[in-house]
Structure formats: structure tokens, C-alpha cells
Design a protein. Structure first.
Length: 119
């Protein structure tokens, strides 16, 4: 599987990768009636991608995080709904890296998780 950020191979391959198609509804016109019926106005279908990594050495996690530090960037991935590889303009939310430890003079970070959302 190829994953690319701005046309470059991703700095470290994730151990977890989930693609989530999301419906975006108009907040003003999507409402429930008094009998519970939903009147829905879907305005778009966007993607959200959740990725996680095992322990990464400092240089790899740094390269990975820096590759996604722009407000928006292009991300290429296999999309199950499209049936092939696509490139979408994404942004990244919080990027927690849970645990740091040092081994043989190298700092390792474990538990990095990122969520990309289509812009």
C-alpha cells in the first residue's frame, strides 16, 4: 500500500489505518420533525483517516509530524469507496505521542495517533 504526503512516501508506515467516509449535513436545514422524522440536507461526503504507529525513533516521528505541519496538504491513499488510490486535500488534528523513552541514546515515542480530515 502506498501512502504519500505531498507526493512523497510517508516518513513512517502506520500500523493502524482506517478510512471513514463522513456525511456533512447542512446544520440549518437538517432537522427532526415533532414525530421524529429526519429531514436531511447532505451537502458533501468527506473522508477522515485515522492512523497510528508503533514506537518510532525521534528522527522518524519528527519527519512524519513535519510532513503534516502545513495548514493543508495532499494525501494519497487507497480509498475503499472510490475503489482505488486518490489524492485529497487534508488537514491534521491533534497528534498525541503518548510515551517517550530512551534506549541506547535514542529517544523513542510510542502511541502516535493522527486524524486527517478532508478539507
Amino acid at each position: 500500500m502506498d501512502l504519500k504526503v505531498n507526493g512523497q512516501d510517508i516518513a513512517a508506515f502506520p500500523s493502524g489505518f482506517t478510512v471513514i467516509p463522513m456525511d456533512l449535513d447542512d446544520g440549518d436545514s437538517s432537522v427532526r420533525t415533532s414525530d421524529g422524522t429526519l429531514n436531511r440536507d447532505r451537502i458533501a461526503v468527506k473522508r477522515q483517516i485515522e492512523m497510528s504507529w508503533p514506537a518510532l525513533p525521534m528522527n522518524e516521528i519528527s519527519a512524519l509530524l513535519k510532513s503534516m505541519d502545513a495548514v493543508f496538504f495532499n494525501f494519497t491513499y487507497p480509498d475503499p469507496m472510490e475503489g482505488g488510490y486518490v489524492t485529497k486535500k487534508m488537514y491534521v488534528g491533534n497528534r498525541p505521542a503518548a510515551t517517550a523513552l530512551e534506549k541506547d541514546g535514542v529517544i523513542w515515542w510510542d502511541g502516535l495517533k493522527v486524524t486527517l480530515t478532508e478539507g
